[in-house]
Design a protein around this ligand. Structure first.
Ligand SMILES: Nc1ncnc2c1ncn2[C@@H]1O[C@H](COP(=O)(O)OP(=O)(O)OP(=O)(O)O)[C@@H](O)[C@H]1O
Length: 504
């Protein structure tokens, strides 16, 4: 059974070294997390699985790693300077600041109903309530107060300001002079680096439509209320694809990508039955989107929340960043661009005339992926002897440690030396991290490796070195299967092929 609460996951992640609060020894920094020894392995494995499926196993994709700090013109013409903002409100009583929609959503049902009524909306249509609050700031602050909207920090009814937009981009100075011109932004999504490199990739690879560019990397959002562990953070990582296709084929590609992405999640242990597909209503679509599917995973404690967005972005992005916009017959409404020096077109596959392609964008968060994968793998079992065990039933390709090699006694040099040499041989197979686990107590070692999801433990005991009761067991080791708890005796000489077959 998957995790039933976020607390279970938070506690496991801290206890076993997956995830720590950022800057913890100075009291922590809200919205920033550090990935520990096992977290970095799991994260790398998720990213590698995504890259393998979306780049290596397809014939229509290229990869990219663009820089994080971007020219302000990029984020001006992408629309982020003007629109990448969330409405926020302050509580005048304690100066705490909240994202308006989060604040209202977390109130009791009767309070939400009162806010909705005051704004002339139905509580069932929550986005419409938020839209009405944003559109009528003065009425909104009165509605929040009259409905008795409580401050989540103090628990008391707040004295709420009018909502105002808050741009979520991190701005930074570039170079030694801090003047009005010398600033850039930390990218709020990786996508823009793909659009600005579109021409470079086309020119250097001779790609023709349809094709896509994949990128994994950090993005930064100054979220007003970061919360729910790594679900909403200020420094996040994204796995994004911009898939360029001929206008008119976009709807078809949108469906294909939806299917491809669901099947990828399934292969990572996140079943379709736990993902709701939200066909985002027209009135809630981002300004660039023709249609968007949000994949809503059923997170413990939070319920269904977005794990990935798959948007049909039309020709908005390349159309916004290209020069000569007026000659290109753009479908999307874009702001005038007199700064770009590149024409972002590609020959139409049938007419050979220059065309600005449409874009399908599957965009997933690595941190949210990690939370979902951990949540699905988390299992509490009662054993035959009545003891309870916690086991992370991660898919082997995602497990941070693939095999733990354990000498039965840590003070017996011949056991430890042989275990080390087995570990070194297995490490050379390139399966991922193999750990020499010589902490001594075999029971504790098994428990630890269950909890961190190690699929196999290999134990070197006295029989292995010919000092046990059964001479026929010399040069064999015990392999313990994490999920079935079955133990098998295998010859050391067969170990590599045995584990390769199980883990590849
Ligand atoms: N603050 C964040 N922390 C962690 N992951 C995030 C954050 N914002 C976005 N993501 C991830 O990046 C993906 C694509 O970003 P997108 O801009 O579509 O998110 P969003 O619609 O702004 O998300 P939300 O509505 O939850 O704020 C999301 O599906 C999510 O997995």
């Amino acid at each position: 059974m998957p995790a039933t609460s976020m607390e279970e996951l938070v506690s496991l992640c801290k206890r076993r070294g997956f995830i720590f609060q950022g800057s913890e020894i100075y009291g922590g920094l809200q919205g920033f997390y550090d990935y520990g020894p096992l977290g970095v392995e799991l994260k790398n494995n998720i990213k590698a699985a995504w890259w393998r499926t979306n780049v290596y196993e397809r014939d229509d994709m290229e990869g990219l790693d663009a820089s994080i700090i971007m020219h302000r013109q990029v984020l001006r013409h992408s629309g982020h300077e003007a629109t990448f903002s969330d409405p926020m409100v302050d509580n005048k009583k304690n100066n705490k600041r909240y994202r308006l929609d989060h604040l209202v959503k977390d109130q009791k049902a009767d309070v939400i109903a009162k806010v909705a009524e005051a704004m002339g909306q139905s509580a069932e249509n929550f986005p419409a309530v938020v839209a009405a609050l944003n559109a009528n700031p003065a009425q909104a602050s009165e509605a929040l107060r009259a409905a008795g909207v409580r401050d989540p920090f103090s628990g008391e009814v707040g004295e709420w300001t009018e909502p105002k937009p808050f741009n979520m981009m991190f701005k930074t100075t570039i170079g030694p002079v801090a003047d009005d011109e010398s600033y850039g932004y930390l990218r709020p999504e990786t996508a823009q680096g793909i659009f600005t490199n579109f021409k470079n990739v086309v020119d250097s690879t001779s790609r023709r439509l349809p094709f896509g560019i994949a990128q994994i990397g950090k993005a930064f959002r100054n979220e007003i209320t970061p919360r729910n562990f790594i679900f909403r953070v200020r420094e996040l990582e994204q796995m994004e694809i911009e898939f360029f296709c001929t206008p008119g084929t976009d709807e078809d590609w949108h469906e294909k990508w939806l299917e491809a992405r669901l099947s990828w999640w399934e292969a990572q242990g996140v079943p379709r039955s736990k993902i709701e597909i939200l066909d985002v209503p027209k009135e809630d679509l981002a300004h660039y989107s023709k249609r968007t599917y949000d994949l809503m995973y059923d997170y413990p404690t939070l319920g269904h929340e977005e794990i990935e967005g798959i948007a049909n972005r039309s020709d908005y992005d390349l159309g916004s960043h290209t020069k000569n916009q007026s000659e290109l017959g753009l479908v999307a409404r874009v702001e005038e661009n007199l700064d770009s020096i590149a024409k972002l077109t590609i020959p139409h596959p049938e007419t050979n005339k220059p065309v600005v392609p449409f874009v399908i964008e599957p965009s997933a968060g690595v941190d949210r992926a990690m939370l979902a994968v951990l949540s699905e793998a988390f299992t509490k079992e009662t054993l035959e002897n009545g003891n309870e065990r916690i086991v992370l039933k991660l898919k082997p390709h995602l497990a941070p440690i693939k095999v733990a090699v354990i000498p039965l006694a840590r003070n017996k040099a011949e056991l430890v030396d042989l275990a080390r040499s087995i570990k070194n041989d297995l490490q050379k197979l390139g399966l991922g991290r193999i750990l020499l686990e010589d902490s001594g107590n075999i029971g504790k070692a098994y428990r630890r490796h269950d909890e961190v999801g190690t699929p196999y433990c290999v134990t070197v005991d006295f029989d292995t070195v010919g000092k046990g009761e059964d001479a026929s067991l010399t040069d064999t080791v015990t392999i313990r299967d994490r999920d079935t708890l079955a133990q098998e005796r295998v010859k050391i000489s067969d170990l590599s092929s045995y584990l390769q077959a199980k883990l590849r």
